[in-house]
Design a protein around this ligand. Structure first.
Ligand SMILES: Nc1nc2c(ncn2[C@@H]2O[C@H](COP(=O)(O)OP(=O)(O)OP(=O)(O)O)[C@@H](O)[C@H]2O)c(=O)[nH]1
Ligand SMILES: [Mg+2]
Length: 411
């Protein structure tokens, strides 16, 4: 058990700007990484970046930057160094050798740790533990094992805060055991889903922390957990909602993030089935986030990856109450005494303009809401109802003549 009296752990974050990642993106990703760390109670005290064609094969950053980091961690109280990309096993080994008694972590390990902290159901707990061990297995060196045992804490927590096992042979057995256990649980959830398959299914999807659970509360009056932290939700919650006499199922599930560890996607397959098997998606976007457009892209990519794209989708722009127009630079040419002068100007994209650009063709169904302030929720309900209704009548062409006692409308 981690005692609450324990001092706050501190971290140094490291990221590289490459051909595929601009300096601006690197800054945003580092902010997100710091947010992930703070979700685990870890305080970021310094960030290091480097411009490289590719991350260094041996130590992620080059020799010079590595020296800078070493000097910093020698002079300051640093518990861990967190790298923004998933480290390959040999990089972990080399970096462990360089930093000796300081923990070396990466973004994947942090995400896995948060999932472990959040998992509630037996299914989610098993899925996370399996993903953790699959991530760890190829990285278990004698030294890492020894050091991790000594260091414990962030990066080493299994579901329920128990320390993860680091003995190679035991880990291998554990993976086999967890896979078997998960298969059994999955069978049960498939049966459960089949039983309720006669209702239209709507799933809330989106980047983490955009307000999916808050919307779930508003639409289904469900008491689900929402918090300004990343991955507040890692289990799925399903609620029955009735709009104008048409019942449907609404699912709130795990959010997506950039560079979601592949082991997590694989082992969360059955949780993600809720999304894959949905008839309608509500893709929730946090419009107040400076990189909301990139987040939309990442969610779309992940949906394609899990084969859940190409469904009727409502793009729900949430948090309009907190929207601040992003300033964009442009050049204005003016004439001054017969000479053309270029003046650098900025313009802010108002919410109205933004709405216009999305409503004219970027997506089939778009709604702008504030789940927190209950703004425009009726418009969202109407949109959802339209899509649910058309699907519902495909399943039940004779619905209007059916006896209502067939369904339990109680909420
Ligand atoms: N300003 C503002 N904040 C909101 C709104 N909707 C939700 N939030 C806040 O955003 C944060 C995240 O909300 P959640 O509902 O937990 O988001 P989520 O998408 O379920 O997040 P994860 O489960 O962590 O992926 C919370 O602090 C909410 O109070 C909104 O309309 N406006
Ligand atoms: Mg949530």
């Amino acid at each position: 058990m981690i005692s609450t009296a324990k001092k706050q752990e501190t971290a140094v974050l490291v990221a590289v700007t490459t051909q595929r990642q601009t300096a601006e993106q690197t800054q945003e990703y580092l902010e997100e990484l710091a947010f992930l760390a703070s979700t685990l109670g870890v305080q970021t005290i310094k960030t290091f970046t480097q411009k490289l064609e590719y991350p260094d094969n041996r130590t992620f950053v080059g020799k010079g930057r590595l020296e800078d980091i070493k000097i910093f961690v020698t002079d300051n109280p640093v518990d861990m160094i967190i790298f923004d990309d998933e480290l390959i096993p040999s990089q972990v080994r080399n970096l462990e050798a360089e930093f000796k008694d300081i923990k070396v972590l990466d973004r994947s390990l942090l995400i896995l740790d948060i999932f472990a902290m959040r998992a509630q159901t037996a299914q989610a707990k098993t899925q996370v533990e399996l993903a953790q061990y699959q991530y760890m297995y190829p990285r278990l060196t004698r030294m890492w094992t020894h050091l991790s045992r000594q260091k414990g804490g962030v990066g080493m927590r299994g579901p329920g805060e128990k320390e993860l096992e680091t003995d190679r042979r035991i880990v291998k057995d554990r993976i086999a055991f967890l896979k078997e256990k998960l298969e059994k649980i999955d069978k049960q959830s498939i049966t459960r889903r089949k039983e309720r398959s006669r209702l239209v299914r709507v799933a809330l999807v989106g980047y983490t922390n955009v307000g999916k659970s808050t919307l779930m509360r508003r639409l289904a009056k469900a008491d689900v957990f929402a918090e300004n932290k990343l991955f507040a939700t890692v289990d799925s919650t399903v609620r029955k909602v009735v709009l104008d006499n048409i019942p449907f199922l609404l699912t709130d599930t795990v959010g997506f993030i950039r560079k979601l560890p592949t082991t997590l996607i694989e082992s969360f397959k059955s949780t993600l089935d809720e999304v894959r098997e949905a008839d309608v998606l509500l893709h929730v976007v946090d419009i107040s986030h400076p990189s909301f457009e990139e987040q939309i892209e990442i969610v779309n990519q992940t949906l394609t990856e899990i084969k859940a794209a190409d469904k009727p989708t409502v793009l729900v722009f949430n948090k309009i109450d907190a929207y601040h127009p992003k300033e964009e630079a442009f050049d204005e040419v003016v004439e001054n005494e017969g000479v053309e002068v270029v003046i650098q100007q900025t313009k802010a994209l108002s919410l109205e303009k933004l709405k216009k650009s999305y409503l004219t063709g970027k997506a089939d169904h778009v709604v702008f809401v504030s789940a927190q302030n209950k703004e425009n929720l009726d418009e969202l309900r109407t949109k959802v109802f339209e899509l649910v209704k058309s699907k519902h009548f495909m399943i039940y062409p004779n619905w209007l003549n059916m006896p209502f006692t067939d369904f339990d409308f109680a909420e």
